[in-house]
Design a binder for this molecule. Structure first.
Ligand SMILES: [Cu+2]
Length: 68
């Protein structure tokens, strides 16, 4: 199990938390996704080899949020 933290812009409320964490958790290999609204980031626990960070970033952008 690996863990990575991705910076996400524009998350402001619980809707954003659900949108971002929900999109990540749907990816095969993602075990957990915890959003920190104050810091503007999401920490993802995942199985290396099943999913990569780029796929996570694509999923976040797919929800309409910018990375950074
Ligand atoms: Cu929101």
């Amino acid at each position: 199990m690996k863990e990575t933290t991705i910076k996400v812009q524009g998350m402001t409320c619980q809707h954003c938390v659900k949108a971002v964490s929900g999109a990540l958790i749907k990816l095969p290999g993602v075990k957990d996704a915890q959003v920190n609204l104050e810091k503007g980031e999401v920490t993802v626990s995942y199985h290396d080899g099943l999913v990569n960070v780029q796929a996570m970033k694509d999923a976040i952008e797919g929800q309409g949020y910018d990375l950074g």
